[in-house]
Write a protein that binds this ligand. Structure first.
Ligand code: FPP
Length: 290
C-alpha cells in the first residue's frame, strides 16, 4: 500500500516525497504547534492578521492531507491560555477567524467524515465562539473518520489542574459514600480525566518556526511523542513540509525507555499504533477537503 494511493501529488516534489512515505507506518496522532504567523506577515510588511489569515489556509491544507492519509487524529494548537495577553484587536480577530472558518468549512468537514473536538477551558470563551464550537462538535459527533482536535483556550498545566480537581471530586464523593479507603490516582485515572480522554497520545509533535519549546501543549500526552521542529513558518507549512515531517518520523526509532528492538521503528511498535490502516483506508468515505 503506497501513500500515493490515497494522496494525489500536486507536483513533482510531492510525488517524490510520497514515494518515500510508508502508508503502513503513519502515526495515529499528529499534534501541531502552529507558530510563525506574525513573523510571516512581518517579513512581507503586512499586518499580523494577514499572517493569521494565511495560517488558516495552511491549517486547511494540513487537515485535508491528514484526512486523506486516513490518520486517526490531528490536533492543532489554535489558541493558548497565554494568548489572551495579545492586543485585544488581535484576540478578537483570531476568534472571528475561527468562527468564519467553521461557518465556511464545517459542511466539508462533515462530508469528509471528520469529527471535530475542541479542548480547552471553554467557559472563558466569548459566547458566540462557545455556541459555534458546541454546534460543530454536535454536528460532526457521529462521524467515524479522522478526529480533528482544536486546542482553544488551552493550557497543559490548566488541563492537568482540571483533571486533578475532577479526581479530588471523585474522591470526596467516594468518601461521602464511606468508600474512599482504596481511592488512588494512577496514570489511567489521570488520563481519563484529561480533555483528551479516549484519544491516542500524539506519536508526532510538530512545531513550526524553529522554536524549541513545547509551550504548555499536551504536557502529559506528549511523554513519548517524537518531536519535529521545522524552520518553516506556519503559513509556509505546505503539504510537502508535512510529508517531510512524516518521513522523518518514520526514520525514528521509538524506544519508550527500552533498548530499541528493530520492531520499535516509528509506526510499527504496539504502543499506540493500534488501528489497522488497511481497513481504515477502505472504511471511510473518501475525504476531499476539510
Ligand atoms: C502562531 O503565530 C499562531 C497562533 C497564535 C494560532 C493561530 C492559528 C491560526 C490562525 C490557524 C487557524 C487554525 C484553525 C483551526 C482554523 P504567532 O502569531 O505566534 O506567530 P509569531 O510567533 O511569528 O508572532
Amino acid at each position: 500500500m503506497k501513500a500515493s494511493d490515497f494522496l494525489k501529488p500536486a507536483n513533482r516534489e510531492e510525488a517524490e516525497l510520497l514515494e518515500k512515505l510508508d502508508a503502513k507506518r503513519l502515526p495515529d496522532h499528529v499534534a501541531i504547534i502552529m507558530d510563525g504567523n506574525g513573523r510571516w506577515a512581518e517579513r512581507r510588511h503586512l499586518p499580523r492578521i494577514a499572517g493569521h489569515r494565511a495560517g488558516v489556509k495552511a491549517a486547511r491544507g494540513a487537515i485535508e492531507t491528514c484526512a486523506q492519509l486516513h490518520l486517526p487524529c490531528l490536533t492543532l494548537y489554535a489558541f493558548s491560555l497565554e494568548n489572551w495577553r495579545r492586543p485585544q484587536t488581535e484576540v478578537d480577530f483570531l476568534m472571528r477567524l475561527l468562527r468564519d472558518y467553521l461557518k465556511r468549512e464545517l459542511p466539508a468537514i462533515h462530508k469528509n467524515n471528520i469529527r471535530m473536538v475542541f479542548i480547552g477551558r471553554q467557559a472563558q470563551l466569548p459566547e458566540g465562539v462557545r455556541k459555534d464550537i458546541t454546534e460543530a462538535m454536535r454536528f460532526t459527533e457521529g462521524n467515524t473518520g479522522m478526529k480533528l482536535v482544536v486546542a482553544l483556550n488551552y493550557g497543559g498545566r490548566a488541563e492537568l489542574t482540571d483533571a486533578f480537581n475532577a479526581l479530588l471530586a471523585e474522591m470526596n464523593e467516594a468518601r461521602a459514600n464511606g468508600d474512599a479507603s482504596s481511592f488512588r490516582a494512577d496514570e489511567d485515572s489521570i488520563s481519563k480525566n484529561l480533555y483528551t480522554a479516549g484519544l491516542p497520545d500524539p506519536d508526532l509533535l510538530i512545531r513550526t518556526s524553529g522554536e524549541m519549546r513545547v509551550s504548555n501543549f499536551l504536557l502529559w500526552q506528549i511523554a513519548y511523542a517524537e518531536i519535529y521542529v521545522t524552520e518553516a513558518l506556519w503559513p509556509d507549512f505546505s503539504r510537502a513540509r508535512l510529508l517531510e515531517a512524516l518521513i522523518e518520523y518514520q526514520k525514528r526509532e521509538r524506544r519508550y525507555g527500552g533498548l530499541g528492538a528493530p520492531r520499535a521503528r516509528a509506526g510499527t511498535s504496539g504502543h499506540a499504533e493500534t488501528a489497522d490502516r488497511e481497513s481504515r483506508a477502505g472504511g471511510t468515505s473518501r475525504p476531499a477537503r476539510g
